[in-house]
Design a protein around this ligand. Sequence first.
Ligand SMILES: [Cu+2]
Length: 132
Amino acid sequence: MNIAIKGMLLCVLWTFALVASLADAAIADYGFELLQPEFREGDDVIIAVRLVNKRTGQAVPDAVIFAIRIDMAPDGMPTMDAPLEPMPSPEPGVYRFATALMMAGGWELSLAAKVQSEEGTVVARLLVKAVP
Ligand SMILES: [Cu+2]
C-alpha cells in the first residue's frame, strides 16, 4: 500500500473514532434532577424530574423514558418497590410520575431515557426521601 493511501485510511479511522467519542460525550452531558427531593409518606406522591443538558443548562423535551422503578434500596430494602405511573408533562423537559411511598425513609428512583437525535441512554438513580 502506498503511503498516501495509508495516510488517508488513518485519517478516515481517526475521524470515525472522533465522531464516536463525541457521541459518547454527548449522552454523558444529560442528566435528571429532582424538582423536589422530599415528600410526606403516603399514596398520593407525584415526583417531578427535569431532564437537562448539563452543558447548556437547558431542559430537554420529548425524551422517551423507558425504564423506571422506585424502591427502598437506600434503606436496605431493594425488594420493597412501589407503583410508578407516568403522568402528563406539565412543561417541556419535566417528566412526572405518580407513586405511593408507604414507608418513611430513603427511596431510589431509577430512570432511563432516550434523547432525540442522541446515541445511547441516559440513566439516573435519584434519592427521594419520604418523611412521616
Ligand atoms: Cu421499606
